[in-house]
Design a protein around this ligand. Structure first.
Ligand code: ZN
Length: 308
């Protein structure tokens, strides 16, 4: 009798206390595709390929093959999820194609044929084997939140903390895209300096109502992840995301320094900061995290599911 009670208690603990991030099979969530049409933006050519081969090319384009295996697997699941979400929710965003290789629109892609001449001869087969394994060992796996495929944004380096999606795209909070620790082992710092005249010219071209005052330039407030949110320049109040794209800054995690005739934007991190940090994922893998743990860290409250 005692044995049965212990067994039942253990069973209940197993059911309720294991992390909510485990793989189950619910094929109805999203339609899996076998083939994908990719628009190569440099040549305007559309190429059709096997979907999982496309994911391998995304990995080559998005992260160094020298990354830890678990980080590559996390990137494979994230890229697959990101693609299938786009196919489901924005199926007509390219004429005659499903996705493109523009990183500002979809995600990077480099073919094996492109990568081999670039990689060192001695390493190319090992690198390719890693990419293949990362995709094949996670084949068909996607990320879901409450049964729906997620919009799996990712970026290169968070600069400390990832960003809550509502600060970047000005929409309602997305429950699984919250600010969490970036987990990178180093700060990715960069800076860009403009003369006051140069900056005035750039602003005037974009905003005709700009009064050409420059000395009062300042960050007004910050987001939950300590990135700049709004920036005051003369009579303008701009979103830091607009300042970033106008000036080509690495991130909105910036400080503004005025020195004589020059204004410098000092940035930390690389990318919009939402979702998985690629560099943080690699650091987590180096510290022993599995790809499931990495994904569940960057996307709050999600599950991994198998689509086929
Ligand atoms: Zn695109």
């Amino acid at each position: 009798m005692k044995k049965w009670i212990i067994f039942i208690i253990c069973y209940m603990l197993f059911c309720f206390l294991i992390p909510n991030c485990f793989i189950r099979k619910t094929p109805e969530i999203v339609e899996y595709v076998d083939k994908i049409k990719l628009l190569l933006t440099e040549t305007n050519e559309i190429v059709e390929m096997n979907f999982e081969d496309y994911i391998k090319g995304v990995l080559i384009g998005e992260v160094p093959a020298s990354y830890e295996m678990e980080a590559l697997k996390a990137q494979a699941v994230v890229a697959r999820t990101y693609t299938l979400y786009k196919l489901k929710n924005a199926p007509n965003s390219h004429e005659g194609a499903d996705m493109c290789n523009d990183i500002n629109h979809c995600q990077a892609y480099l073919s094996k044929e492109y990568a081999f001449p670039v990689w060192e001869d001695a390493e190319e087969q090992d690198k390719w084997n890693k990419i293949e394994s990362a995709v094949e060992e996670t084949s068909g796996e996607i990320i879901t939140y409450q049964g729906n495929i997620i919009n799996a944004f990712f970026h290169a380096h968070s600069g400390g903390k990832t960003e809550d999606a509502r600060y970047i795209w000005g929409q309602e909070a997305i429950p699984y895209l919250k600010s969490v620790e970036g987990n990178e082992s180093y700060a990715f710092q960069d800076s860009k300096t403009f003369s006051k005249e140069e900056l005035k010219k750039i602003l005037k071209e974009k905003y005709q109502n700009y009064n050409e005052e420059i000395n009062n330039i300042a960050i007004i407030d910050h987001t939950i992840s300590e990135r700049a949110y709004h920036v005051k320049i003369g009579n303008l109040t701009l979103l830091a995301t607009d300042v970033r794209s106008l000036l080509g800054l690495r991130s909105t995690h910036f400080d503004i320094k005025i020195d004589g005739d020059n204004i410098t934007f000092e940035t930390i991190g690389y990318g919009h900061g939402v979702g998985m940090s690629q560099e943080g994922a690699n650091q987590m893998a180096l510290n022993g995290s599995t790809y499931q743990e990495i994904i569940c860290h960057y996307y709050t409250g999600v599950e991994l599911e198998k689509t086929k």
